[in-house]
Design a protein around this ligand. Structure first.
Ligand SMILES: Nc1ncnc2c1ncn2[C@@H]1O[C@H](COP(=O)(O)OP(=O)(O)O)[C@@H](O)[C@H]1O
Ligand SMILES: CC(=O)N[C@@H](CCC(=O)OP(=O)(O)O)C(=O)O
Length: 289
């Protein structure tokens, strides 16, 4: 049990951050890995609800890569990725939609609503929320976001709701496309003029040596993040994530953070304490945090 003066100290430390972020949009992207544990999902739901309760406008964008892999394996479909993006044919696309829209989104919405019924699930293909164009013909139905109807998400906030977005988009003829969730979250954050984008991931942040958590890179500029993509130590899902962070900051989001989704209440520590955790990407002239 924490001593009362310790609790008071934490609240006092949090106050300037709460003041600074109240009324601001903060996009939180959660990857599939932190969502494999129901206890972690409940803890995430509490954090998101706390942001909402202090007047911050959170948008929760989710992935579900490991869950899609699992479903594809049980359907006997081979998983193929190019530079961290899933090769998605018509059959795989059905599985992607089933998992992301039908399961992961529902589970997150239910976890928040069990605490307070303010979460609303929406897929990028609903109401043209995320309009896309194909990325590369080798990838099949994989889309890059060309337009975001951010006003739909602002309207949800105005109505006291927390949008939870699954990242299946559609082209102008309503053909659904699979979108890398890191990139979709970036597009949403830029379109909404978000203050921050926070990536909750299955690693401590960007590591110089992926096998050694003590090599965490605490801070880098958007230009350095772009250079980092070229480095040998950056592979797989970290490639689109780092690129998304750079593009978010270049698109006007004040800072992009990659933090450990496995750590309890990581979002609250990042937002409301002086320490901050993980890797932060911001413009060079930006003051820390
Ligand atoms: N340099 C690096 N630093 C940290 N993680 C890295 C690095 N290079 C590759 N990775 C891998 O990228 C993963 C993050 O990408 P991804 O699995 O797509 O995340 P998520 O699904 O959590 O959004 C890490 O869990 C790690 O396995
Ligand atoms: C095109 C593409 O790769 N889409 C991703 C969408 C889910 C995702 O991004 O999930 P994570 O955040 O857990 O990685 C996929 O099919 O895995």
């Amino acid at each position: 049990m924490m001593a009362p003066n310790e609790t008071a100290g934490i609240l006092i430390q949090a106050l300037p951050y709460i003041r600074r972020f109240t009324g601001k949009t903060i996009v939180v992207k959660v990857g599939g890995l932190p969502m494999t544990d129901p206890e972690r999902m409940r803890s995430l739901a509490k954090d998101i609800l706390l942001l909402h309760s202090v007047g911050i406008r959170p948008v929760l964008v989710h992935g579900g890569g490991p869950q899609i892999d699992q479903m594809m394996a049980s359907a006997g479909i081979e998983v193929k990725r190019i530079d961290g993006l899933r090769v998605t044919d018509a059959q795989s696309l059905e599985i992607v939609r089933m998992v992301l829209v039908g399961k992961t989104n529902r589970d997150l919405v239910a976890a928040i609503n069990a605490l307070e019924p303010v979460a609303i699930g929406v897929a990028g293909e609903d109401g043209r929320l995320l309009e896309v164009e194909p990325v590369d013909e080798r990838l099949g139905f994989v889309g890059r976001v060309t337009k975001v109807r951010g006003e739909l998400l602002h309207d949800f906030h105005d109505d006291g709701l927390i949008p939870v977005v699954s990242t299946v988009g559609a082209d102008t003829s309503a053909q659904p496309y699979n979108i890398n969730a890191d990139d979709a979250a970036r597009a949403i954050a830029v379109a909404m003029g978000a203050e921050k984008i926070i990536y909750l991931t299955g690693t401590a942040g960007l590591l110089r040596d992926p096998a050694d958590p003590s090599t965490l890179v605490q801070r880098l500029s958007a230009a350095e993040a772009r250079q980092g993509i070229e480095e040998e130590s950056v592979t797989g899902g970290m490639i689109p994530k780092l690129l998304a962070c750079a593009e978010a900051v270049e698109g006007g989001v004040k800072s992009a953070h990659m933090i450990d989704g496995r750590a309890e209440h990581a979002i609250l520590v990042e937002l409301f304490t002086d320490e901050g955790i993980g890797t932060m990407i911001c413009n060079e002239d930006q003051s820390p945090r």
